[in-house]
Design a protein around this ligand. Structure first.
Ligand code: SF4
Length: 493
């Protein structure tokens, strides 16, 4: 079995990850492709830092024909092609693809592109592995670089790739781990041929440096309501408890281990079947609100490559909001929403719409309001003519998450979380209108962001459908807030 760059990185994280990825792929958890797609897009854009190169294509039904790629690369290197994208090399069971290879006379430079804002240790192992494979192929390597996103870049006009990307020379760091790479590679080759699943237990390594795709498999012996479900406790502490044999909530109680406040509440409510209702505190929270009462939720995109003037890499850009309003005591909630046209800078129209819809004296509820407030204050800073209206929205904002975050109301079904996705089904377990699972398409923020970004590339009928799904999803977020607020009031009767 070949050890590719990604298999090698899997091995460095956990030998069992390499083995499962080689022989039991079907055990992998479903993974989100968004980060992968973003990485591909950033990698392709970075090629323009070195224009005029030749791309070694992936060219078979599975997406790539390794043997063809290696032959093609070999011919390009021999012909002295100066810049090669996706250059592929193999030697004695090892295999590497370099994002960008630059030949300088008798040696070459390797450039690895990352859709990240800095250099991580795992990237050094990545390029050190590539260099090892090339040198094994008798191709001298001069320098190795990580090309990553410059978080300080602000777009104005056309993208300035030399400002968007930062090129860091990591040759010395790659040199320093050369012996580790060589010995680990030998061990990885042995592991890749092992007969059975390695006996390696779960631990901190399961999320470091990446969340392993086999957690579903390796954690399958952990029962529900275990130390791993505890709120507000560092993973390190959870694994210490696990390793000492304290796994279930029952074990925790029996062992007498001391827990931080929220974790203790979680264990007690679960084991005793109780719930927490701090009536005075809930009443105090509700009394701090007034009519008209608005419930606001944003959806955003945060592209690695800034799309609009005045934005930075990974900046949160609002594209959509949902608003429910209750004008007075006993009034029915009314709904409105905004979804920007795809492919345009959404901020000005969204800010205008928001300022026009929410009166300056209104009370505004958001769930986890830090996010909404930050977005609104950014808009206020951008548009002085709207700043008074927008600042008043931010100033009059209250956080509906607070009663749950502070455990004024807590049910065991919240499983230690105060996110709206945990609170809602705990309070309304049988209400199909309030179930995100019943949405026909987009059903979480990550999907909403990915769907919005792909709208410009869709056929008109698909675009129409996805826009409806986005509106429905965002509407459910504020409808959920209305129902939660009503439930808090009901409990005060
Ligand atoms: S879940 Fe943990 S133990 Fe299992 S393969 Fe992944 S890293 Fe290894």
């Amino acid at each position: 079995m070949n050890i590719s760059k990604s298999r090698f990185i899997d091995y460095m994280q956990c030998p069992k990850r390499l083995w499962l990825g080689s022989y039991r792929k079907e055990l992998a958890d479903e993974t989100d492709q968004t980060a992968f797609q973003m990485g591909t897009m950033v990698g392709e854009l970075a090629r323009d830092l070195f224009p005029g190169g030749v791309l070694v294509e992936y060219n078979d039904a599975d997406g790539r024909n390794i043997a063809n790629m290696i032959d093609r690369t070999s011919a390009l290197v021999a012909a002295g092609e100066q810049i090669i994208y996706e250059a592929a090399f193999s030697h004695n069971g090892t295999f590497a693809i370099c994002d960008i290879l630059v030949q300088n006379g008798n040696a070459c430079d390797i450039l690895e592109v990352k859709a990240s804002t800095g250099v991580k240790d795992v990237y050094i192992a990545d390029v050190a592995f590539q260099r090892h494979v090339l040198e094994s192929c008798k191709i001298p390597v001069s320098r190795v670089y990580i090309v990553h996103i410059n978080s300080g870049y602000e777009r104005h006009g056309a993208l300035d790739l030399n400002e968007l990307f930062t090129r860091e020379d990591v040759t010395d760091r790659a040199d320093s781990i050369r012996p580790t790479i060589e010995s680990s590679l030998q061990a990885a080759l042995v592991m890749s041929e092992a007969d059975g699943e390695p006996d390696i237990g779960i631990g901190m390594h399961c999320d470091d440096p990446y969340t392993c795709q086999f957690k579903g498999h390796c954690f399958s012996h952990i029962p529900a309501n275990s130390v791993f479900d505890l709120a507000d406790m560092h993973r390190d502490k959870k694994f210490k408890l696990y390793e000492s044999g304290v796994i279930t909530f029952g074990d925790i109680r029996e062992s007498g281990v001391r827990l931080p406040g929220k974790a203790r509440i979680q264990v007690d409510t679960q084991l005793d079947g109780t719930e927490i209702v701090e009536r005075e505190k809930i009443k105090g929270f509700l009394d701090s609100l007034w009519y008209p009462l608005y419930f606001l939720d944003f959806e955003t995109i945060n592209p690695a490559i800034p799309l609009f003037d005045g934005t930075r890499p990974f900046q949160q850009i609002p594209t959509q909001y949902s608003l429910h309003c209750i004008d007075s005591e006993n009034a029915q909630p009314r709904h409105s929403g905004f979804l920007a046209e795809e492919g345009t800078d959404p901020r000005r129209l969204l800010a205008e719409s928001l300022a026009a819809e929410i009166p300056q004296d209104a009370c505004v509820l958001a769930y986890n309001m830090t996010f909404e407030k930050t977005i609104i204050r950014q808009l206020a800073a951008m548009y002085p003519d709207l700043s008074e209206s927008l600042e008043s929205i931010a100033r009059n904002m209250h956080d509906l998450m607070l009663p749950f975050q502070n455990r004024y109301l807590y049910k065991k079904e919240m499983r230690g979380s105060h996110s709206i996705k945990a609170v809602l089904p705990a309070l309304f377990p049988d209400d199909p209108e309030l179930s995100y699972d019943n949405l026909s398409g987009v059903s979480n923020g990550r999907e909403a962001s990915a769907a919005y970004l792909s709208l410009p590339h869709m056929a008109p009928e698909d675009r129409k459908r996805i826009r409806m799904e986005l509106m429905e999803y965002c509407r459910l977020d504020t409808l959920a807030m209305v129902r939660i607020w009503e439930e808090l009031r009901r409990r005060m009767l």
